[in-house]
Design a protein around this ligand. Structure first.
Ligand SMILES: [Zn+2]
Ligand SMILES: [Zn+2]
Length: 391
């Protein structure tokens, strides 16, 4: 088996990982680079057989639908089959702008896989496992071929609502692996224990007691958090959103509502100016985005009684050219209510200790060497982008 990290050995995002045997070749993710600089231009990936027809590529799998994993899907040759989670695919189709008709058609043709069900691409057996992350329908992949086993974690964590299932899932269905390709986003960030999604939900309940109008600035696709927030709103108060957010919650409910109470009977009301007096009377929690439409809506309510909760990574607020800081000033009070979508250092160490891999390859990180320091007894490989590792 061979592994090539085309991108992501020394950066968060923009990832693409190739796994191949003598007869089969697949790619996992085809992401866009993340840039915090206003003038940053992401560079396109050029991968033989994926963006040109020099060699064959048997399929591209996506761990989840964040742009740093899926953003360069449009550059994949049209005859290569794509594979993704069913809900991830539906969400992607709902969030793509109308002008992207060709991309819509391409994604509509993508195959979907099912958690726990093994499928084959050539002689590579692939088993996807649902994991907890800030994007719904995120997966790890167990790849088996040539008598070897590789686990690619994708983006994951253990402090969301589904996070506690991680150890059990790894013990029961994965066991030992030869190579662990593991995300290490937090390796370059402070090591404090993250708040859990449940703690965020509790905190929101406390804010609801103090503030009549609560506006939450959160990624529209962070659906688990949005569901948890909607369930925190008591009877008699509104949970509001616009049509875009409403549709995403409907898709989630249709696909997953039957399996998990968190995703069923989601309390939600479409915002309308006609509701103004009722909203003023009852109070509400409203999901918002930083745009003109929501700025106008927020200004319709007494700022003295309002609170804006910032529920996103702080890097978006502080990046050059960001208008978020001004947005957060639209009510008298503001607060941060967020937790990371990525595994803490402690969880990374636990997963490595549990799977006992012969080799660990950190990706999706700016500090791969830190993993080596944290796990001195493990064989942590510090690969370069496009370097080939055979085992
Ligand atoms: Zn990512
Ligand atoms: Zn992600």
């Amino acid at each position: 088996m061979q592994i090539i990290i085309h991108r992501g050995t020394h950066q968060i995002g923009g990832v693409a990982v190739e796994i191949s045997t003598a007869s089969s070749r697949i790619l996992i993710d085809m992401g866009e680079e993340l840039g915090m600089d206003k003038n940053f231009t992401p560079s396109p990936l050029a991968i033989a057989g994926v963006t040109d027809d020099s060699v064959s590529c048997d399929g591209v799998l996506f761990t989840h639908n964040h742009a740093d994993h899926i953003g360069q899907l449009k550059n994949i040759r049209p005859n290569i089959p794509l594979y993704m989670g069913r809900l991830a695919k539906e969400i992607l189709l709902k969030t793509l702008p109308k002008k992207e008709a060709a991309l819509q058609a391409r994604i509509a043709q993508a195959h979907f896989f099912t958690a726990g069900k093994t499928f084959h691409i050539g002689d590579i057996a692939i088993t996807p496992f649902l994991v907890d992350h800030s994007a719904c329908d995120s997966y790890m992949f167990l790849l088996e071929a040539d008598g070897k086993r590789v686990l690619h974690t994708g983006d994951f964590r253990a402090h969301g609502f589904r996070g506690t299932a991680l150890n059990k899932m790894l013990a029961q269905y994965v066991g030992r692996v030869d190579v662990l390709i593991i995300e290490g986003t937090v390796l370059s960030r402070p090591a404090a224990a993250p708040m859990t999604e449940r703690q965020l939900q509790q905190k929101l309940k406390e804010y609801i007691k103090q503030y009549k109008y609560i506006f939450v600035l959160c990624a529209s696709t962070n659906l688990e958090r949005i569901c948890a927030f909607s369930k925190a709103v008591p009877k008699g108060k509104y949970f509001l959103c616009d049509r875009y957010q409403y549709k995403l919650l409907e898709v989630l409910e249709q696909h997953w509502g039957a399996y998990c109470p968190l995703y069923s009977h989601i309390k939600k009301t479409l915002y309308s100016v006609k509701l103004q007096s009722r909203l003023e009377q009852k109070g509400f929690v409203m999901m918002v985005r930083d745009n003109r439409k929501f700025r106008e809506i927020i200004r319709r309510f007494n700022p003295e009684l309002g609170l804006i909760l910032y529920s996103m990574w702080d890097g978006y607020r502080t990046q050059e050219g960001s208008t978020i800081e001004a947005f957060l000033g639209l009510t008298k009070q503001r607060a941060s209510l967020h937790t990371s979508g990525h595994a803490s250092v402690r969880v990374l160490q636990q997963v490595i200790a549990q799977l006992k891999p012969a080799y660990v390859i950190p990706i999706h990180t700016q500090a791969p060497r830190r993993l080596q320091e944290l796990c001195p007894t493990e064989k942590v490989l510090l690969l370069q982008d496009a370097e080939c590792f055979s085992f």
